[in-house]
Design a binder for this molecule. Structure first.
Ligand SMILES: C[S@@+](CC[C@H](N)C(=O)[O-])C[C@H]1O[C@@H](n2cnc3c(N)ncnc32)[C@H](O)[C@@H]1O
Length: 224
């Protein structure tokens, strides 16, 4: 049975790609990934490349699983770590019940890279991905977590949940407008920017769509 590897390739800079990820990609006969991911791993790719898009996702993952079943070594590139809002979930769904040896090469998540930029310990933080389709309970949990005194680290979505929408939602939940917010844009990439603000000020700002939002868990209700 050949390996179907879901390979975490980090937040974007080649400096943050692990040797294990490079080795796995070098050994793959088929490498599947988004254009940006394939370009990052270009120097390691020896096999056939297939470009993943939102449109061909199901079709291409199916093809990748079938190739692994036929005995080909396959690597599927996932930005950051595959297990947090990455490709592991859809790949595992396709691989379920199939004759493939599914394995995961961990990558440095944008969450880890963001916490590192802010010199922040994150073992007690609430971690959220607010991509399209996130249920209302997830949004409520954001506010609840901060009110409990815990920091939150959020992966926003330009269309479904921009940083501005997130901070406005938190203000609407009665959080103190002076609550500290940090937005880490394009981490490890050219144009990286770390913006420190407050809920009130951040609610008027625009940010790069590629960003991670941190809100400090000190946001008790104003006046209380
Ligand atoms: C589909 S999720 C993938 C997350 C990925 N699995 C991880 O562990 O970082 C994409 C989101 O990750 C965040 N992201 C990924 N790379 C980033 C970077 N270099 N700088 C800032 N945010 C990043 C953004 O919030 C983006 O919308």
């Amino acid at each position: 049975m050949a390996k179907l590897s879901v390979v975490g390739i980090g937040p974007g800079s080649p400096d943050y790609v692990t040797p294990a990820a490079r080795k796995s990609v070098r050994g793959a006969e088929l490498v599947v990934g988004a254009e940006r991911s394939l370009s990052l791993m270009k120097s390691e790719i020896r096999g056939v490349e297939a470009t993943l898009t939102a449109r061909n996702m199901n079709e291409l993952l199916e093809l990748a699983v079938a190739a692994a079943e036929e005995g080909k070594e396959v690597a599927i590139l996932s930005t950051g770590d595959p297990g947090f809002s990455g490709l592991l979930r859809p790949v595992a769904r396709h691989a379920q019940g199939r004759r493939v040896d599914l394995c995961v090469i961990p990558g440095i998540s944008s969450i880890q890279a963001c916490a590192a930029r802010l010199c922040m310990s994150w073992e007690d933080a609430g971690l959220f991905s607010l991509h399209r389709g996130a249920p209302p309970e997830k949004w409520s949990e954001l506010a609840r977590t901060i009110k409990e005194g815990r920091d939150i680290i959020v992966l926003p979505d330009q269309k479904a949940s921009s940083p501005r929408e997130i901070v406005r939602f938190l203000l609407s939940q009665g959080l103190d407008r002076r609550t500290p917010v940090f937005v880490c844009e394009s981490i490890t990439l050219r144009g990286e920017r770390i913006v420190g603000s407050t809920l009130e000020n951040a609610s008027e700002l625009d940010f790069d769509p590629l960003c991670v939002v941190v809100v400090k868990g000190t946001g008790s209700r104003e006046g209380s």
